[in-house]
Design a binder for this molecule. Sequence first.
Ligand SMILES: Cc1cc2nc3c(=O)[nH]c(=O)nc-3n(C[C@H](O)[C@H](O)[C@H](O)COP(=O)(O)O)c2cc1C
Length: 133
Amino acid sequence: MVFATYANYTEAHVDEYAANIIATRGIKPADIQGFVNTIKSTVKGLTQEQLQAWNTKQAYIALGFLLQSAALEGIDACPMEGFDAAKFDEILGLADKNLKAIVIAPIGFRADDDTYQFYKKVRTAKKDLFINV
Ligand SMILES: Cc1cc2nc3c(=O)[nH]c(=O)nc-3n(C[C@H](O)[C@H](O)[C@H](O)COP(=O)(O)O)c2cc1C
């Protein structure tokens, strides 16, 4: 799975989102006009760099759901950063679709002879991970 965001995020994307809500819920555009205006004014107030940073975080929320859902279904998956995103954009034709690869996650089943599967999981102790106030 390749998680991507729009390379250039515009008000047209907000309109697409709004159109989906309207069609899905069978409501009138006027019913969500205030909501849509709020999003549009937020989008207008941010640079493409800021929008990219925001949307990147949205991609990571989706990644989290994939990893969790795959685990619940007994399917192996893992998050991968540090890949050549520009090459992914080029080879998969993402750039032509105004998309930008953010993070990737292979999914499938571990090989029987994969020795890593037997390694003990390394986790931060709860007492160090959580701050109770
Ligand atoms: C090419 C590659 C890139 C990876 N990049 C990341 C990464 O950016 N962040 C991360 O947490 N793990 C990364 N991993 C590690 C795997 O996702 C790793 O299996 C996982 O983090 C360990 O999870 P576990 O402790 O539940 O076994 C990468 C692995 C590979 C092979």
